[in-house]
Design a protein around this ligand. Sequence first.
Ligand code: ATP
Ligand code: SF4
Ligand code: MG
Length: 375
Amino acid sequence: MTEDGHKNEAKRFFTHMLVRRATKTPNVTASAQLPTLRRRALMPLLEIKNLQLDFVTAEGRARAVDGVSLSLEAGETVCLVGESGCGKSVTAQSIARLVPTPPADYVGGEILLNGRDVLKMSPKELQSIRGGVVSYIFQEPGASLNPVFRVGAQIKEALKLHQPHKATDAEVIRLLKLVGIPAPQARLKNYPYEMSGGMLQRVMIAMALASEPKLLVADEPTTALDVTIQAQIMDLLRDLKQRLGMAILLITHNLGIVGDIADRVAVMYAGQIVELAPARDLLKRPRHPYTQALMASVPRLSGDAKRLNAIPGNVPRIGQFPPGCRFAPRCARAIESCKATAPALLEVESRRWVRCPLWNDARASSAAVAEAERR
Ligand SMILES: Nc1ncnc2c1ncn2[C@@H]1O[C@H](COP(=O)(O)OP(=O)(O)OP(=O)(O)O)[C@@H](O)[C@H]1O
Ligand code: SF4
Ligand SMILES: [Mg+2]
């Protein structure tokens, strides 16, 4: 199957799979003396620890996710940004172990969802968290909806799987209203082809919300939409986050849209996180040269940009990462040692992690700050 085929299969699978609320399997460990509920209240909703994932293809074995660690608190919004091919989707799909194995091979790490390791779950346990704890929305709503069924029936189907006692027209209408679809009573009889891309994405969000997930993973949910509709969908996500209190992992290659919604931002490059920081700090003072370059490539709202500063070159393909710093061939600040030594991700300030020993280069930082302030 092609890579696109796998992605589509994952989307379809997610839309139609059997899901239930997570089973409350007691996670009894010797160290865990606290009552389960209190322990859960103290732990992050999601904790990815040193995740390593390879793809094994005819060309050989290549690492696509290399030591990614990331956590999300309940109700928190984290944006995962980076150019195409950096490993954002593979990391996000791993949270519910949606990446098909093979060709994927989980080589190491842990993905703790409510304290339980997704990588060690049985197929039955996985079914219970998919949709029950974590739901996904993807870039192409059309690919996830069945063209021959009315949207109301499809949302009701999702309710039957997740919350059977709520599988009623009234609940479908409530969900359609929640995601801002006008005249929901009439709309539930529409087929997908009768709706615009923006409306379809709202339907997908309604289906994802049917299970009342604790974590919504939105993988480039606005990329296929025009700019006005993009803004509306982002407003909707922000509103839902406040009203429902769920955590959101929002994947985008556009740093320009994260300021309004993200609590924290993780920047990925070539399978690794290169910067992780509270959104406000990162946008005001990006520390990693890649983050700085990404920000310089975002069009300014003021519209006075002479030209966009595109990052030269491309993200290296998996299996072809250069030795030393993976960004070195494209980094304007690279020095000789960058090509030899792979930098570690270090906490350089409180809650601020950067994978570059030159993160505090005053000249480059002040140029980036000046650029950020001009926006
Ligand atoms: N099924 C697969 N088989 C082999 N390689 C794959 C497969 N799926 C993804 N990859 C590779 O893994 C790397 C990370 O892919 P991923 O889809 O996570 O990137 P991304 O950051 O989400 O990019 P985009 O912004 O284009 O969606 C890419 O190099 C991609 O080619
Ligand atoms: S380690 Fe060197 S090449 Fe890598 S981002 Fe920092 S300055 Fe650039
Ligand atoms: Mg992707």
